[in-house]
Design a protein around this ligand. Structure first.
Ligand code: APR
Ligand code: ZN
Ligand code: ZN
Length: 361
């Protein structure tokens, strides 16, 4: 029997979000209904509301979530009723060329639930990133659920579903940070600070945090940055060079998504260093670099989508580290809020003192 629950809906471009009653169908083959326990407020939710992702209004927002599997459809063996799970953006197909070559993070046949959640008048909803977890319950593909230790705090676990995973993964998966490496992180919001944490987990010896906001740099320091640079008052490329014996960093992670910070990352790396772009640029942004400078440096220029994560491998591993006290996910939870407060949390995002607001159910 389809159920009616409350969810946060963006009806039209730029309009404030509203709580509305939504209809969640029973799970079909390969699907699951998850009772949400916690869901972080991410910039991408705001982006959906502003029409910056696509025009498929109305959206059911929320995508950084953990909860308990309430029911599963036919043929589901990934998870069972009662499992504590973290949701991911898309289930991978297991069949395409990327999946068969052991790189399912590049799967080009990923999918979400086939059935649609609706408003009570039958209007179909577009769930943010195929999840839609600012709701008491949501419908997803079973492959979007990863079972983790149920003793973990839902607020902390949910964060691995998006921004924190993107940052940690940019360091440990894409950047392949190794013991003793020097790492610079440009832009220390939620994603960049998670990259600082990832670099520390990987055993980096020097972690240089760069931002224009001293509050962000303070947080970076608390999370394990060994040095901080305010790029309003110092040239970040020079500063990173000085702090790395004139060499540049082994890995530079760009977590802003702007041409000028990408250029800084490009020049702040060691001759054989790696640049990881995890910040998301807009379509009109361009960079211009002397080709000779590209040629004259080795190393690698990489981009990192969702931290190159494999949810089935990375979520349980990071939850284990969290449970052992080796990964402070709680530090990213600035405040817990009610479903009604998502709009207020969007407003607070611009003030810069919130890493994550997390809706608790
Ligand atoms: N130099 C250094 N830091 C900068 C600059 C700059 N020129 N401009 C902005 N910043 C800093 C901000 O002060 C802030 O601390 O970058 C940080 C961005 O953080 P958030 O706005 O909190 O964004 P976050 O959620 O961390 O995401 C960062 O990654 O996933 C993508 O879409 C996301 O592009 C965004 C990026
Ligand atoms: Zn595939
Ligand atoms: Zn997100």
């Amino acid at each position: 029997m389809a159920q009616q629950v409350q969810g946060v809906i963006a009806r039209a471009k730029g309009e404030p979000v509203r709580i509305e009653t939504i209809v969640v169908p029973d799970p079909g083959p390969g699907e699951a209904v998850v009772k949400i326990q916690a869901c972080g407020v991410c910039h991408t939710d705001l982006h959906y509301r502003e029409g910056g992702i696509n025009d498929d209004f109305p959206f059911l927002l929320g995508h950084e979530a953990a909860g308990v599997v309430e029911s599963v459809g036919e043929g589901v063996d990934e998870v069972a009723v009662g499992d504590f799970v973290i949701l991911n953006w898309r289930a991978v197909c297991g069949q395409c060329r990327a999946c068969r070559r052991g790189r399912p993070q590049y799967c080009f046949d990923t999918h979400n639930a086939k059935q649609k959640m609706t408003l009570t008048d039958g209007t179909e909803l577009s769930p943010a990133l195929g999840i839609g977890a600012f709701a008491e319950k949501t419908l997803v593909a079973a492959g979007q659920c990863t079972k983790v230790d149920p003793a973990a705090s839902p607020a902390a676990a949910g964060l691995l579903g998006c921004g924190v995973m993107a940052g940690i993964g940019a360091a440990i998966n894409t950047g392949n940070v190794g013991r003793g490496d020097s790492v610079a992180v440009i832009g220390c919001g939620g994603v960049g600070n998670a990259a600082v944490v990832g670099a520390r987990l990987a055993g980096a010896a020097r972690i240089i945090a760069v931002d224009i906001d001293d509050k962000k740099l303070e947080t970076a320091k608390n999370l394990g940055a060994t040095h901080t640079v305010n790029s309003r008052s110092a040239d970040p490329v020079e500063a990173v060079r000085e702090l790395t014996d004139g060499n540049g960093a082994d890995v530079v992670i760009e977590a802003v998504g702007r041409p000028e910070t990408y250029e800084q990352a490009f020049y702040a790396r060691d001759l054989a260093g790696t640049v990881v772009l995890v910040g998301v640029p807009t379509p009109e942004m361009k960079i211009e670099l002397p080709l000779l400078d590209v040629f004259g440096r080795g190393g690698a220029l990489k981009s990192s989508w969702y931290g190159d994560c494999l949810p089935s491998r990375d979520f349980p591993m990071l939850i284990d580290l969290y449970q052992q006290g080796r990964l402070d996910l709680d530090a990213f939870v600035t405040e817990t809020i009610a479903l009604e407060d998502v709009e207020k949390a969007f407003e607070r995002m611009h003030h810069g003192d919130v890493l994550r607001s997390v809706v608790m159910f």
